[in-house]
Design a protein around this ligand. Structure first.
Ligand SMILES: [Zn+2]
Ligand SMILES: [Zn+2]
Length: 223
């Protein structure tokens, strides 16, 4: 499998070239469809070869172009059911900040949130913890890693690549998300991701990072 990472406005979109097609992990902000599809064509695939649109969680920077991508590719959208409440109304939802600075950023973003409404949806497939994605010819599993949002998922391929969404960021360094619905759950999820022993993690924001960086970050607070 080959991984291609595309910066789609605010967050990363990952394109997985499998033996039988393409899997999209996260769909970017709204109006990123043309950009994502042109990358898929450059890789030598038609939009109809997209097998699955995986959404790590329901925020607009990850789910914004999901409906438009589905319309053109015909691929189903998969997400955890606990984030459906985030994608069935168009308004911007930002969880509380991790600290005072991110709280202030969140307040500013909320004030401007009306500029770009979400094209709403309910997923075609609701992902469960530990679910295999083999039926989409994608040798990987989805793991429930709540905290940033209640329905946040981490996708781990059989080759040991983890797509952690916003559960762990790597902007300047490996860190917790800037915003979170449940800090305790987010801590537990970071430990859980580490316990899955991925070779490399691909974050929704920032660069990929190796298992040893993840292990250093979670440190001694995991059992
Ligand atoms: Zn998010
Ligand atoms: Zn994000």
């Amino acid at each position: 499998m080959r991984i291609h990472t595309l910066f789609t406005g605010v967050a990363n979109t990952h394109l997985m070239e499998t033996e039988h097609g393409v899997v999209i992990i996260d769909a970017g902000i709204p109006h990123m469809t043309r950009r994502i599809l042109s990358k898929i064509r450059v890789l030598g695939h038609s939009p109809k070869e997209v097998r699955l649109i995986l959404i790590t969680h329901g925020h607009i920077d990850h789910a914004g172009s999901a409906v438009a991508l589905k319309r053109i590719t015909g691929a189903p959208i998969a997400m955890h059911r606990d984030d459906i409440r985030l994608t069935t109304t168009p308004s911007l939802k930002i969880p509380p900040g991790r600290n005072r600075a991110t709280n202030r950023i969140g307040a500013i973003m909320r004030a401007f949130g009306f500029v770009m409404p979400l094209e709403t949806f309910s997923p075609d497939i609701s992902l469960d913890d530990g679910q295999s994605l083999d039926e989409f010819d994608f040798p990987a599993r989805a793991w429930h890693t709540p905290g940033h949002t209640a329905g946040s998922m981490t996708i781990v391929t059989n080759d040991g690549e983890a797509f952690v969404g916003d559960s762990i960021l790597n902007l300047l360094h490996v860190s917790f998300p800037l915003f979170w619905e449940n800090p305790t759950a987010a801590h537990e999820s970071a430990c859980r991701i580490q316990s899955l022993q991925p070779r490399v993690c691909y974050s929704g924001h920032g660069k990929p990072f190796a298992l040893n960086e993840l292990t250093n970050f979670v440190g001694e607070h995991c059992e």
